[in-house]
Design a protein around this ligand. Structure first.
Ligand code: MG
Length: 455
């Protein structure tokens, strides 16, 4: 997929991503869908109204009526799409910085489009095959009120409301000025929690922090947890499909540890869980202990969701899946990422133990990340070949979905070309720091030899 790639169509607005492009993508999607009606939402970015107008024009030009929901989390738009049985276009750049925007495409089942559907839209886009309607068949648009309320009601019906309310939790929330600012504080209040917030007004300048919920952006939330004596801190990305947590001491919890804790609570013998090829040893260990299969896909939630659908179609049960970036998927609820739903599932684990205890079993793993840069395509190929040779000789299980991953039981190493920079990324993870260092060094040595030979 040239256009959609791993994170959909995203870029710096007016430099890489123009309204004209968004209009063409929306018209191409509308053509492939052939739907009478399409839902449209956006996050809080400054360029959201402009690009949502472009998407609405594109959809109307191929004959679709447009339901405009305004600012909503991506999972709220997905909920609307599923309940109305209409496809949807979300204008969002998720966790990217304020100058970015982009679009996500959702099917009439409320699930992000699978790879083959995106490819069909991409060919219409690249061939200019948008099926424009005659003037009197073009679409009308209307504002839909209450999309956020409907979403909260659906969430409340789907989670363990009584247990969570009974626990009397104080919850600190940092929606990062994104779409979750308009839903998560209200949702957790309705869930019976005492809610404290920071960065909780929608603001496309993102004055308090960048939309990406990584530790370096979340010091405000850690302080809020400590200052208010909260039981847990919850942070979202710009479109609130991810959730990252802080424990009751104000300490950041690794997304990999949260995923492992949620998976441990959900997985049983015979189940399958799905994650990406850079999956943490923590989830490898949880799957092993639970008697569940772990399936790996190329990096990116689209690939994971596509694989979940294939497994379900073949009769498999997938109670939980996702990545260590806060993007957790609970397929029995919906095959999507939902920051508020994920957070409610995490709160369900806190009814009898503090957050620090819940995640303690999945703590203390050591990660090493290194980059090996290259200049040209030939050098890149030589580096990948060197990684392949090393992997074939290693005493472990080799996965070649995306680069080379070798699993050793207690640890793993992965060498893969970056999708965005001219570097080969090397990851290693083990329970012991020395073991992770040793494995990273072992695969780095032949890569650096190959780089030296090429340079
Ligand atoms: Mg997101």
């Amino acid at each position: 997929m040239q256009v959609f790639g791993s994170s959909g169509t995203r870029g710096r607005v007016t430099e890489e991503l123009t309204p004209a492009f968004v209009l063409r993508v929306a018209a191409a999607a509308g053509t492939v869908w052939g739907a009478d009606r399409v839902a449209l939402g956006r996050d809080t970015r400054l360029t959201g109204p402009m690009l949502a107008d472009a998407a609405a024009s594109g959809l109307a030009s191929v004959g679709a009526d447009v339901d405009r929901l305004g600012v909503v989390p991506t999972p709220a738009l997905q909920s609307y799409a599923a309940s109305e049985g209409v496809p949807a276009v979300m204008v969002t750049a998720s966790h990217n910085p304020p100058e970015y925007n982009g679009i996500k495409l959702v099917g009439a089942d409320g699930i992000e489009l699978p790879v083959e559907r995106l490819e069909a839209i991409e060919s219409v886009l690249l061939d200019g095959g948008q099926a424009l309607a005659t003037w009197d068949e073009t679409g009308r648009d209307r504002s839909v009120e209450g999309g956020r309320r409907r979403y909260r009601e659906e969430l409340l019906a789907a989670v363990d409301r009584e247990a969570i309310a009974g626990a009397g939790l104080t919850v600190a929330i940092d929606p990062g000025h994104g779409a979750g600012a308009l839903t998560s504080p209200a949702f957790f209040r309705e869930l019976g929690c005492d809610v404290r917030t920071v960065n909780a007004h929608p603001d496309g300048h993102f004055p308090g922090r960048d939309p990406e919920p990584v530790e370096s952006n979340l010091s405000d939330l850690g302080e809020l947890v400590t200052a208010t004596g909260a039981d847990v801190g919850i942070a979202h990305d710009g479109d609130a499909d991810r959730a990252i947590f802080f424990d009751e001491r104000g300490e950041y919890i690794e997304g990999d540890a949260t995923l492992a804790a949620l998976a441990d609570a959900a997985l049983g013998p015979g189940d399958t869980t799905v994650s990406a090829v850079n999956v943490s040893q923590r989830l490898v260990d949880v799957a092993e202990r639970s008697g569940a299969e772990l399936e790996l896909t190329p990096i990116g939630s689209t690939r994971i969701m596509t694989r979940i659908r294939e497994l379900q179609a073949a009769g498999g049960t997938v109670p939980v899946a996702g990545e260590g970036n806060g993007g957790v998927i609970f397929p029995p609820y919906r095959i999507n990422r939902d920051g508020a739903y994920t957070a409610a599932r995490f709160l369900s684990l806190l009814t009898d133990r503090p957050a620090s205890e819940v995640v303690a079993p999945y703590d203390g793993y050591a990660n090493v990340r290194e980059n090996v840069p290259y200049d040209e395509e030939a050098e890149r190929a030589a580096l990948i070949e060197a990684a392949g040779e090393w992997a074939r000789d290693a005493e472990g299980e080799v996965t070649t979905i995306d680069g080379y991953r070798v699993d050793f039981g207690d640890a793993w190493v992965l060498a893969r070309p970056s999708g965005t920079e001219p570097v080969i990324r090397v990851y290693a993870e083990a329970r012991e720091p020395a073991r992770a260092e040793e494995l990273a060094a072992a695969v780095l040595a032949p890569l650096e030899d190959a780089a030296a030979a090429g340079g």
